[in-house]
Design a protein around this ligand. Structure first.
Ligand SMILES: *Cc1c(COP(=O)(O)O)cnc(C)c1O
Length: 464
């Protein structure tokens, strides 16, 4: 296997030393936090793969732009650069800044849900947590209508984020159009592994939504990674630029909102955008109450300046090739050890199938959490469990429900780690896969509060 084709497209001019800790130290840390990695201080981590949100390394140009930040209360120059970048790359005329994605999403929810008072459902390929949360506040349930391929962890498929057009039509027919708030497409689809949506699917679902008079909304935290996959995998797009692909993608949507903390290569930021002045005027006033004046929206002038640069860098083909190449490199290294993961790898990380990884640990004893703890104990690597710990709950009758699969996400931060860090992750996983858990027979949990409490729960390990 040749790793040179994955050479990083940048060099490094500012470095941050990582703290080295011993296995004994890490064991004490884990005991102290009830084996919950969400409660470990970042200083005690060697390679942090908990999330790719807000963790990007900024470029020299972004740091230079920070120094030009205009901190005027209204009408600051950086806002106009930010607005122009979004108009230029996304094709929407009206842009409202917010401090992060969920603030834009809540703004949209406050504007649109009251217009559809009978709505009970919002339809999506696979809704992200913040979409579910925003819907619940308005008494609405998010429904996932992913194509069956999207739930298959074994077989390769180029566009596992696709929303099933058959399921979409059938749901609207069965429940009636009035019961539906709108149709939302998440590009890439975060919840099933950062999997892309094809242009054909984006277009087809928009046509169905509009046929029934429903709004069509893009939740586009990782739209540049999605555009890269379209260029690589969908016939007819090989010769188009990422910007051209983005402009076509967004031409099918009525509204879009973005957590710029992902593909925008910044540590904080979001936007909402639309095409009509009337919608913009409402958003302008509403956002003022939550995020502040519409020329800063919860962000400093310097943040807006870094975003204006970051959006162009994040949509640069060479950058994307290196970025997604690094994730693919990790996948190829894992193949050498036969490690089971969701195929193909998505844009923002590799998702390990924990039940196949640790077949001796029963699903009710948290195989994913055991793997996460082993990775931390062995090398100080932090990953997030997306399985029994994140999604199981106790119902009113005291019955505990477990999810269908246990995944462990190795999220890769943008421009932060090198391929030798990927080697360390792959080799550590390879050893654990071969040996089985060196530490645990499983874990138990006693603090069930009904809802998901994986940020705060404590676990009791069953040691080998
Ligand atoms: C991160 C994310 C959000 C929420 O954005 P925040 O910036 O974390 O508030 C919404 N949708 C998707 C698909 C995301 O990945």
């Amino acid at each position: 296997m040749s790793s040179s084709k994955y050479a990083e497209p940048f060099r490094i001019k500012s470095v941050e030393m990582l703290k080295e800790t011993t296995p004994e130290y890490r064991r004490k840390v884990l005991e102290g936090v009830g084996y919950n990695l969400f409660k470990v201080k970042a200083d005690d981590i060697y390679i942090d793969c908990l999330t790719d949100s807000g963790t990007s390394a900024m470029s020299d140009r972004q740091w230079a732009a920070l120094m030009t930040g205009d901190e005027s209360y209204v009408g600051n120059r950086c806002f106009y650069d930010y607005e122009k970048a979004i108009q230029d790359l996304f094709g929407f005329q009206y842009v409202i800044p917010t401090h992060q994605g969920r603030a834009a999403e809540q703004l949209l929810a406050r504007m649109l849900y009251p217009k559809r008072p009978q709505a009970k459902y919002v339809l999506a390929n696979m809704a992200f947590d913040s979409t579910r949360a925003a819907a619940i506040i308005h008494g609405v349930t998010a429904i996932d209508l992913l194509e069956p391929a999207g739930y298959d962890t074994i077989h390769e498929h180029p566009f596992k984020g696709n929303l099933s057009t058959e399921k979409l039509e059938a749901f609207i027919q069965e429940h009636g159009v009035d019961s539906i708030a709108w149709v939302q497409m998440i590009v890439t689809c975060n919840s099933n592994g950062g999997q892309p949506v094809s242009m054909a699917n984006i277009k087809a679902c928009g046509e169905i939504a509009h046929k029934y008079g429903l709004a069509y909304i893009a939740d586009c935290a990782r739209c540049f990674e999605n555009a890269y996959f379209i260029k690589e995998r969908e016939p007819g797009y090989q010769d188009k630029t990422i910007r051209e692909i983005c402009l076509e993608m967004f031409s099918y949507f009525d509204y879009a909102f973005m957590s710029i903390k992902k593909d925008g290569l910044v540590n904080m930021g979001g936007f909402f955008c639309c095409r009509e002045q009337s919608m913009y005027d409402v958003a302008w006033v509403d956002n003022m109450n939550y995020e502040g004046h519409a020329t800063y929206g919860g962000l400093a002038g310097r943040d807006l300046a870094a975003i204006a640069v970051g959006l162009y860098e994040g949509s640069d083909y060479r950058y994307l090739k290196g970025r997604i190449g690094q994730v693919q490199y990790l996948g190829e290294r894992l193949d050498e050890f036969g490690v089971p993961y969701v195929r193909p790898v998505g844009g923002n990380g590799v998702y390990i199938d924990a039940r196949k990884f640790y077949p001796d640990i029963a699903p009710e004893h948290f195989p994913g959490l055991c793997l996460a703890a082993d990775l931390y104990l062995k090398e100080g690597i932090r990953v997030s469990e997306l399985g029994a710990s994140a999604f199981s709950y106790k119902d009113d009758k005291g019955v505990i429900h477990y999810p269908e699969i246990d995944l462990v996400r190795i999220a890769i931060s943008r421009r932060v780690y090198t391929n030798s860090h990927m080697d360390l992750i792959a080799e550590t996983l390879g050893e654990l896969f071969k040996s089985g858990s060196p530490n645990f027979k499983g874990m138990d949990k006693s603090d069930w509060y009904g809802a998901t409490t994986h940020f705060t729960s404590s676990y009791t390990p069953m040691f080998k």
